[in-house]
Design a protein around this ligand. Structure first.
Ligand code: PMT
Length: 400
C-alpha cells in the first residue's frame, strides 16, 4: 500500500531512536522511499550511517547543510513527502511543534508540510503524564496532527507505565491508514452511518449520546480514498464531511432509519458506526416544557433497530458491519449482536478504556467475524482503524 510513497522520517533524541532503525528498514522494505532527518540529540543515540545503510538515502541533520538530493531540504523534504513520521517524538519536539517553533531542520520542515504528519511519542512515563506535555498533545491534535500513542510497559529508565514507543507494526498500520491509497474499493457503494442521533423532547431539548462522529467519518473518508462511492448518513456532528462523500444529514433514529432504507438498495457494504438511541419520547411537546412540578416523567418508546432490520433484509452480495459500544461483557455482547443482527463483521469497542470509543481520535477495537475469527487491534488512530475494518470487509467479500 505504500510502495513508491515518499516518507520523511524524523528521528528525535530519545533512547527509542534505535527502534526507528527498524521502522526505516520496514518502510523501505515495503517499497517506500524513506528520507531520514535526525535531530542533534538523536545523533547521540544512533549513527546516521545506520539509517543511510537501511534506506539507501543520505540522512539530513542541519538546517543549513547542503544535500546532494535536494536544493532546499527544509522545503523539499516537506513538500515532496506523502507523509512525515516523527518516531520517536520527544516531549521537546512535541512542545516545539505545538507552539510553532522552528529552530532546526525537522521542526522547520514540519511547519512547511501540507501532507499528514504522524507523531509517535516516546518518553519517560512521568514526562508523558506531565500536564504540559498532555496539553501540547491536545493542541497538536486540534491542529490536525495524527498520533500513534505510546504503549504501556517498562521504559528504559526502569519505570512502568505509558511511554514506550509503539510497535513498528502499529506505526506502519497507521502510515498505511493515512497514505496507503489503493483503488481496491472502486465499483463498490459503501453506506456509513455516523454520530449520535437526537431524540426530541420539545422544540429546544433532546436526548442524545456522546458520539462525535469521528469513527464514522474516518470510515467514510477511508472508503472514499480507496475509490468507493460513499454515502454518509450522519446525525449532527461538528465535523466536516470528508471530500468526495455524499452526505445525508439526519437527526433522529427514525430519520436515520428512513435514510438508510432509502439508500440500502444501491449499497454493497453497510457500516453502522452511528450511536443510535434505542428509545425516543412517546410524545414530543409542541412548546418548551415549563419548569413546574418537582419532577418530570418522560415516557419513552422503542426506536426501530436499523441494523437488525438490515440484517433481516440482507441481500446476497451485501456485507453488513455493525459496531458494539460496550462497558462490560464485551465478548458476550459482541457475539450476541453479530449473530442476532445477521452481520458479517462486528466491531466491538469497550468505551470505558482510555483511548477508545466516544470522542477520542483513537480507538481500541476487536473484530468479530461471522466465521468465528476474532482479531484484537491495539490503540490506533481512527483512520487506521477504519482502514483495517475496510481490509476486513474486502477479505470477507473475497470469501476469506
Ligand atoms: O463517534 P465517535 O465519538 O468517534 O465514537 C465512536 C463510537 C463509540 C460511537 C463507535 O465506535 C461505536 O461503537 N458505534 C456504535 C454505538 C452503538 O450504538 O452501539 P450499540 O451497541 O448500542 O449498537 C449496536 C449496533 O446497532 C451499532 O452498529 C448501531 O449503529 C446499531 N443500532 C443500534 C440501535 C438502533 N436502534 N439501531 C441501530 O442500527
Amino acid at each position: 500500500m505504500i510502495e513508491g510513497k515518499f516518507v520523511t522520517l524524523g528521528v528525535t533524541g530519545g533512547i527509542a531512536a534505535y527502534k526507528a532503525a527498524d521502522l526505516a528498514s520496514k518502510l523501505t522494505g515495503r517499497g517506500a522511499s524513506v528520507h531520514v532527518i535526525m535531530t542533534r540529540s538523536a545523533g547521540e543515540f544512533v549513527r546516521p550511517l545506520t539509517f543511510e545503510a537501511l534506506t539507501g538515502n543520505p540522512v539530513h541533520a542541519g538546517l543549513f547543510d547542503s544535500s546532494r538530493l535536494f536544493r532546499m531540504p527544509h522545503i523539499e523534504l516537506a513538500t515532496r513527502a506523502d507523509i512525515i513520521v516523527v518516531a520517536p517524538a520527544t516531549a521537546n519536539v512535541l512542545g516545539k511543534l505545538a507552539h510553532g517553533i522552528a529552530d532546526d531542520l525537522l521542526t522547520t520542515l514540519v511547519l512547511a508540510a501540507t501532507c499528514p504528519v504522524l507523531l509517535c511519542p516516546a518518553m519517560n512515563v512521568n514526562m508523558y503524564a506531565n500536564r504540559a506535555v498532555q496539553h501540547n498533545i491536545v493542541r497538536l491534535k486540534e491542529y490536525g496532527f495524527h498520533f500513534v500513542d505510546p504503549e504501556e510497559g517498562r521504559v528504559a529508565c526502569g519505570h512502568f507505565g505509558r511511554g514506550r514507543l509503539a510497535e513498528t507494526g502499529t506505526i506502519i498500520s497507521a502510515v498505511e491508514g493515512l497514505i496507503g491509497k489503493t483503488e481496491d474499493m472502486r465499483g463498490l457503494t459503501v453506506m456509513v452511518t455516523a454520530g449520535g442521533t437526537r431524540e426530541p423532547i420539545d422544540p429546544v431539548r433532546y436526548i442524545s449520546n456522546r458520539s462525535s462522529g469521528k469513527m464514522g467519518y474516518a470510515l467514510a473518508g477511508a472508503a472514499s480514498s480507496r475509490g468507493a462511492r460513499v454515502i454518509l448518513i450522519s446525525a449532527p456532528t461538528s465535523l466536516e464531511p470528508p471530500p468526495g462523500v455524499e452526505l445525508v444529514p439526519v437527526e433522529s433514529a427514525r430519520d436515520m432509519h428512513e435514510a438508510v432504507m432509502n439508500h440500502y438498495p444501491g449499497a454493497q457494504v453497510v457500516i453502522k458506526a452511528a450511536a443510535v438511541a434505542d428509545y425516543r419520547c412517546e410524545r414530543v411537546a409542541g412548546h418548551k416544557i415549563k419548569k413546574e412540578g418537582e419532577s418530570l416523567t418522560l415516557e419513552l418508546v422503542r426506536n426501530p433497530d436499523i441494523l437488525a432490520d438490515l440484517g433481516r433484509r440482507k441481500r446476497a452480495g451485501v456485507t453488513l458491519v455493525g459496531f458494539a459500544a460496550e462497558t462490560r461483557d464485551l465478548e458476550e455482547n459482541a457475539r450476541q449482536k453479530l449473530a442476532g443482527k445477521n452481520l458479517d463483521l462486528l466491531v466491538a469497542n469497550d468505551v470505558t478504556m482510555p483511548g477508545a470509543g466516544f470522542g477520542s481520535d483513537t480507538n481500541i477495537v476487536k473484530l468479530f467475524f461471522a466465521g468465528g475469527k476474532v482479531e484484537s487491534l491495539p490503540v490506533m488512530d481512527k483512520t487506521a482503524v477504519a482502514h483495517r475494518i475496510l481490509d476486513a470487509v474486502l477479505e470477507i467479500r473475497r470469501g476469506g
